[in-house]
Design a protein around this ligand. Structure first.
Ligand SMILES: Cc1cc2nc3c(=O)[nH]c(=O)nc-3n(C[C@H](O)[C@H](O)[C@H](O)COP(=O)(O)OP(=O)(O)OC[C@H]3O[C@@H](n4cnc5c(N)ncnc54)[C@H](O)[C@@H]3O)c2cc1C
Length: 674
């Protein structure tokens, strides 16, 4: 069936079916956008758009949980979908323009497909979609890889919007003879593709840790950073050389230092989804050599502290050590998690280092590992460490795993088949399939696929704090004692500065050159996460009523309330209620399912409260340092200041210059929500 026919078929039942029974996203389209059938264009008008874009208009977009939110589910598809949600890293994209990596955020947003999408393959497609949106007063939603945590590429709750879907704009090139280090990627390229392409040319491109995040979308424009490759060459905004963008008035412009420099500045951190639709982006790449195996090393360690004071002692030594090494050469993460018995676990997850001889790596790491296993370390439970003569570039380029064997490359480009485990097994056998699916940076990212976020927070820490490890450690102790700060990641890599020769030194661009929060230029650490099991297999869009299959409800609610999830994280009282009402024995009928669902709602209420406790504590401990707009609470207080600091006013001005009618809007984006 060609796309054109698909459009005609699906449109037959469009107005009555589609997103009609979706409830969800709290982003309210401004009243100026059409949001009811009265003003919505008729089917013939949509057909004209479909003709204009050569059959690339799609309607009735599928959501990853479509079968679960549109009961009765005759074929058991809901249970099947639910069972497979974490099986493939590319789950979000299997669903095309309706897919998204997360299914929503507690009291914030729910993944809702828009009524239509233009599946763009060119700037002309984007221009046609924008023209149509303007002429018919329809809200455009820009979606690339669909990984936004804050639902900024998801539809409004009623679905009355048009997705401009850039995911299939996959061109990549190294074609500038004058500047052979420049690599241009289309708006739909994901990091997986970009790493492989760069590596094939002996180059390293700084990108995100998760291979299915877009390489020319929200990551780039929102201030994307690399956890694992450190900050030797800066991060996304430092290496973004130019971009092509379709503006709200339909013109395609280049943004670079030379052309449209104000727009270029805004794109270097001002956030996706708001200044226009980016069609391609040019990255500065780097010789891959410093990140190769013989120049790299990784340290994994574990230690468990039985008291907060012991934790502070550990942190003091960790920061003393880190303050003494050449921080430019380091990246990676340290994870902290509190256990039910009050103990605090710390792990190097791993710490990574580059561009030194193996002797230098070992010498520097040994200063830390000798202390970790010595009697001076009070956190002796589970103490262990492993030093690996390995690299993240050869085996996991930039955090994504190795380039695929050539015979499998085609497969990764055929994303729908990629998610079909049984089809893969037929072709590659069990072992081969496991290998293919294991090409994912880590279980954390894998678990994130399809998750419902109960809470999130982030904060940068100034690199100057390494001057006083004791005070920094005391702050971490306070943080760890804060209710709701159950588990968090400390990233050494996601930061733009180092502490060197007793000074804070920024790597990459200067503070004036980029539009991210100015404090990020001075940051030496980045913290994120916080809620134990911030992630849950749950969606408030799934009705708990007689239309549902009871066997599914039992499994789903039990899992959401007890296993990985919201209630244990919300506190003992909630965990006990969940055990009582959501055990498999308790879930005997629909009434019991409803009672359990109420408990789950209470758990989410409690987590929502705790989210603010953590947010306030972070702001107290590190005032003025800001949160990272791509990895922040949906409910970030003072978001303009916390995301962009003193740059917000200029960003807002530029937004008005390039989009005076405020066509492009999204949650906590520049110029939105005035
Ligand atoms: C599993 C996972 C791992 C992550 N790891 C990292 C990491 O290592 N480092 C890091 O810094 N961040 C990381 N992130 C956060 C990531 O940077 C954000 O989720 C980011 O918003 C994703 O961008 P996207 O283009 O993939 O997603 P989308 O949801 O498609 O887009 C995000 C935003 O950008 C806009 N946008 C997308 N494409 C375009 C375009 N062509 N033109 C204009 N606007 C556009 C959208 O409208 C939306 O507002 C991770 C996220 C996930 C889910």
């Amino acid at each position: 069936m060609n796309t054109n026919n698909k459009f005609l078929l699906i449109c037959a039942g469009l107005i009555s079916a589609s997103a009609g029974n979706l409830r969800g996203s709290s982003f309210t389209a401004p009243s100026s956008f059409c949001s009811d059938t009265g003003c919505w264009p008729d089917i013939h008008t949509w057909q004209q758009l479909n003709t204009t874009v050569g059959g690339k208009l799609e309607g009735d977009l599928a959501s990853p949980i479509y079968a679960c939110i549109s009961p009765p589910d005759q074929q058991g598809q809901c249970s099947e979908q639910w069972a497979n949600v974490h099986s493939s890293p590319f789950w979000a994209q299997v669903w095309g323009a309706g897919g998204s990596n997360s299914v929503g955020y507690n009291k914030g947003w729910n993944a809702v497909p828009t009524k239509f999408a233009v599946v763009c393959h060119s700037a002309e497609d984007i221009q046609a979609a924008i023209k149509f949106a303007v002429e018919h007063n329809i809200r455009p939603v820009i979606k690339g890889a669909g990984h936004d945590y804050l639902g900024r590429s998801s539809g409004p709750e009623d679905g009355f919007a048009l997705t401009i879907y850039t995911f299939w704009m996959k061109d990549m090139s190294f074609d500038d003879e004058m500047n052979p280090e420049l690599m241009t990627v289309g708006a739909g390229v994901i990091w997986e593709d970009a790493y492989r392409f760069a590596l094939d040319h002996g180059r390293m491109v700084i990108g995100g840790g998760c291979p299915s995040v877009g390489a020319a979308g929200g990551w780039a424009m929102g201030g994307g950073m690399s956890d694992v490759l450190g900050k030797m060459v800066g991060h996304g905004v430092d290496n973004m050389m130019s971009a092509k963008v379709v503006l709200a008035n339909g013109t395609l412009v280049t943004a670079s230092k030379e052309e449209n420099p104000r727009l270029y500045w805004a794109l270097r951190g001002g956030g996706g989804g708001t200044f226009g639709v980016l069609t391609e982006l040019t990255w500065k790449t780097h010789d891959a050599e410093p990140w190769k195996k013989h120049n790299s090393m990784m340290l994994e360690f574990n230690a468990k502290c039985t008291s907060a004071d012991d934790f502070a002692t550990f942190m003091k030594s960790l920061w003393s050590w880190y303050g003494s090494v050449s921080q430019r050469n380091y990246g990676g993460t340290v994870k902290v998690s509190k256990d039910d018995d009050g103990s605090i676990s710390i792990s190097g997850d791993p710490i990574t280092s580059f561009n030194m001889t193996q002797q230098e790596h070992t010498k520097q790491y040994t200063k830390l590992t000798d202390w970790i296993i010595s009697d001076a370390n009070p956190c002796q439970q589970n103490v262990e460490y492993t030093l690996m003569n390995d690299t993240l570039l050869d085996s996991r380029p930039n955090g994504a795993r190795a380039a695929y064997p050539s015979e499998w490359i085609a497969l990764t480009q055929d994303i729908p088949s990629y998610s079909n485990t049984s089809a893969l097994e037929q072709q590659f056998g069990k072992e081969g399939t496991d290998f293919l699916l294991s090409k994912w940076y880590g279980t954390t990212n894998q678990d994130e696929v399809f998750t419902f976020w109960s809470a999130y927070n982030s904060r940068f820490v100034n690199a100057s704090e390494f001057a006083d490890p004791e005070t920094l450690a005391a702050k971490f102790k306070q943080l760890a004692m804060t209710p709701g700060a159950e588990t968090f990641t400390i990233s050494l890599g996601k930061a733009e500065a180092v502490w060197e020769d007793g000074q804070v030194k920024t790597i990459g661009a200067t503070v004036d050159e980029v539009s991210t929060h100015p404090a990020i230029r001075d940051s030496g650490l980045f913290l994120n996460g916080f809620m134990r099991s911030g992630m849950t297999d749950y969606s408030p869009m799934i009705p708990v009523d007689e239309t549902q299959d009871l066997a599914f409800l039992k499994d789903y609610l039990h899992r959401a309330a007890t296993k990985e999830s919201a209630c244990p994280a919300a506190g003992q009282q909630h965990a006990a209620a969940a055990t009582a009402k959501c055990s498999t024995e308790a879930l005997v009928d629909l009434a019991a399912a409803k009672a359990c669902n109420e408990v789950i709602q209470q758990c989410f209420d409690a987590l929502h409260e705790l989210e603010f406790v953590v947010m306030d504590k972070l702001a107290d401990l590190w005032p003025g340092m800001g949160a990272y707009p791509n990895e922040a609470s949906y409910f970030q207080k003072d978001w303009r200041t916390e995301f962009w600091g003193g740059n917000y006013a200029k960003l807002e001005k530029i937004k008005k210059e390039v989009d005076p009618a405020n066509l492009f809007q999204c949650h906590h984006c520049v110029g939105s929500e005035e």
